[in-house]
Write a protein that binds this ligand. Structure first.
Ligand SMILES: Nc1ncnc2c1ncn2[C@@H]1O[C@H](COP(=O)(O)OP(=O)(O)O)[C@@H](O)[C@H]1O
Ligand SMILES: O=c1ccn([C@@H]2O[C@H](COP(=O)(O)O)[C@@H](O)[C@H]2O)c(=O)[nH]1
Length: 562
């Protein structure tokens, strides 16, 4: 397993040390709260959980999975396709996985490494053995099989999981874990991925990467010396004592008839496809990609949005509804009225925004704070006790809320996310991203004027999490939400506080909130729906970005807004 510089998105602000941190990244998503600039070799955790598609730079793939769109009520949704990739150490498993991911071109993919499940060593004696290549990491007993099965099973069910992170330098698990979400496709790669029956049962396709032993040894020598801090003699010793025999006994018999006959009592042939020459075998990769695409088509992959909720389903604990006073009800009545002219619609919706923001700010952490009044007396009050506060709008309707947020919060830093539905796949896609600098330590007010199925909001939450914002530091604020959207978001992200002025019960088949208030953006901006798609993008890119800076089709920019 190696670091591929090319496929990482690197935001431009990084200093040399931060850059160092990024290129130490390995496969998968971002380690939680890993802030170590020291170059480390970890089992998992690309610093940016994104892969750029080399053949089409406008496509972006999220390798830490996608939010569990399905099962907002524990119900259906197509099961993800699980692909197992097995092969000897340094055979090119990771390279094959990445080439396949780029070829299949779906936005949400989980890339999980078996290395993450090494038990690791704790005793001083074992550490000394590991140093000289005398500890056996190539035996099934070196892995935590129960954790592997549990995590893969959960991902297959669309749930999010905490994946351990393994440090090859210290031969131990890191304190941090990495949050990974279920996805359309889950790729699980490692030296013994076909070893356990319970794991094999979860796999829909089993690929074996077959690379000559001398090439594997040469690659391993280079990798272990340059990335895992080993000495040449120790690498050779470990290879001869453990890696080679384990390959012949546990790995090769899962696909190779010769070794299978030698160890027939242990293994049967499991691989569906054998890829000779690994990642450079374009023909094999193309065939695999075609097969996977056909499978996905058969499974009818779509973001299935919930347009209803089960009967008697109570409100989730994370939902906070603005107190329904006559004042807020009166404003709602005006903005829901189709006869309300645009200037009044803007005026009253902005009033409602201020009310809902004031209410939302009450959910931020506060601490006791005493001040002296001009009369020389003390007043025991409270003040905001968080690190910082920022607002992020989901374009375009969320942008209408920025002015109201700035009226109630002084000097707030703002960011924007543009998410649009792909008209063919109906999947939400990320087009534009501009987040305030240092957002990871902030409480973040995520805003959208109306939320129907919750798909765009969930993607936006996911983007914030990918930028290290803590789930419990996110306040999702809107004027109107549909109940199915509330439940879907609360199920996927239970720690996000959902704050809204109103909840309507129904979403129509074409994803309109009923009774609703119409298309908020169109009514606010005075546009009509047919102009909306192109209008938003042009508006967004012409005012906020420099097209030359657009990376990989998504503009990702960190800035501080004064
Ligand atoms: N087809 C190839 N040609 C040249 N080098 C390769 C090829 N495939 C992989 N490598 C290199 O070999 C090393 C191991 O590859 P990797 O995909 O990480 O293997 P694994 O995941 O099986 O350990 C890496 O340094 C990688 O860049
Ligand atoms: O602490 C450790 C854990 C594992 N290894 C070696 O790693 C390879 C598996 O990783 P690949 O990326 O698939 O090559 C395995 O052969 C172990 O020998 C280690 O050296 N130290």
């Amino acid at each position: 397993m190696t670091v591929d510089r090319e496929i990482l998105i690197r935001p431009r602000l990084h200093s040399k040390e931060q850059e160092e941190e990024i290129i130490t990244s390995v496969r998968g998503g971002k380690p939680n709260r890993v802030r170590n600039a020291r170059r480390r070799h970890l089992s998992t955790g690309d610093s940016e959980p994104i892969i750029r598609n080399k053949s089409d730079s406008s496509k972006t793939i999220y390798t830490a999975g996608r939010p569990p769109w399905y099962k907002s009520d524990g119900a259906d949704g197509p099961s993800p396709l699980v692909i197992g990739i097995c092969g000897g150490s340094a055979s090119g498993k990771t390279s094959v996985a990445k080439n396949v991911i780029e070829g299949i071109d779906v936005p949400w993919v989980v890339l999980l490494a078996m290395d993450s499940f090494y038990k690791g060593i704790t005793s001083e004696k074992d550490k000394e053995l590991a140093l000289t290549g005398d500890y056996n990491f190539d035996h099934p007993d070196a892995f935590d099989w129960d954790a592997m099965v549990e995590i893969l099973q959960k991902l297959k069910e669309g749930k999010n999981v905490e994946v351990p992170i393994y440090d090859f330098n210290t031969h131990s698990r890191c304190a941090e874990t990495k949050t990974v979400y279920g996805a359309t496709i889950i790729i699980f790669e490692g030296i013994m991925t076909f070893h356990a029956e319970k794991l094999r049962e979860l796999m829909d396709l089993k690929i074996f990467v077959d690379t000559e032993s001398d090439i594997r040894l040469a690659r391993r020598l280079m990798r272990d010396i340059s990335q895992r801090g080993r000495q040449i003699n120790d690498v050779l010793n470990q290879y001869n004592r453990f890696v080679k025999p384990a390959y012949e006994k546990y790995i090769a018999p899962t696909y190779d008839l010769f070794f299978y006959r030698l160890f027939t009592e242990l293994r049967i042939l499991h691989a569906d496809i054998v890829v000779p020459k690994g990642g450079s075998n374009r023909v094999a990769i193309d065939l695999i990609v075609k097969h996977i695409r056909r499978e996905l088509e058969n499974r009818k992959y779509r973001v299935i949005r919930k347009t209803s909720i089960p009967r008697n389903c109570s409100d989730p604990a994370s939902l906070h509804l603005l107190p329904q006073t006559r004042q807020s009800m009166g404003i709602q009545t005006i903005i829901r009225d189709k006869k309300t002219p645009r200037n009044e619609f803007i005026f009253y919706s902005e009033r409602l925004m201020r009310l809902v923001f004031e209410y939302a700010l009450g959910f931020l952490p506060h601490e006791a704070h005493t001040v002296s009044t001009p009369q020389g007396l003390q007043y025991d009050g409270v003040r905001f006790s968080g690190n910082g506060l920022c607002g992020v709008s989901i374009l375009r309707a969320g942008e209408t809320m920025e002015k109201a947020l700035m009226k109630v919060t002084k000097d707030i830093r703002l960011g924007k996310i543009l998410i649009q539905n792909n008209p063919d796949t109906k999947n939400p896609e990320l087009y534009f991203l501009r987040l305030p600098r240092g957002i990871a330590n902030d409480h973040c007010v995520l805003m959208d004027a109306s939320i129907a199925t919750g798909a765009a909001a969930m993607m936006a939450i996911r983007v914030l999490l990918d930028h290290d914002v803590r789930e419990d530091n996110i306040l999702l604020v809107s004027l109107l939400m549909a109940a199915p959207g509330v439940h879907a978001i609360a199920y996927a992200y239970p720690k996000v506080k959902i704050i809204t002025a109103a909840v309507d019960q129904t979403v129509s088949k074409d994803f309109h909130i009923l009774p609703g208030l119409g298309n908020f953006g169109d009514r606010y901006f005075g546009t009509d729906a047919s102009e909306t798609m192109t209008g938003i993008k042009e508006e967004c890119f012409s005012t906020e970005t420099d097209a030359s800076e657009t990376m990989f089709g998504i503009k990702e920019e960190n800035f501080s807004s004064e």
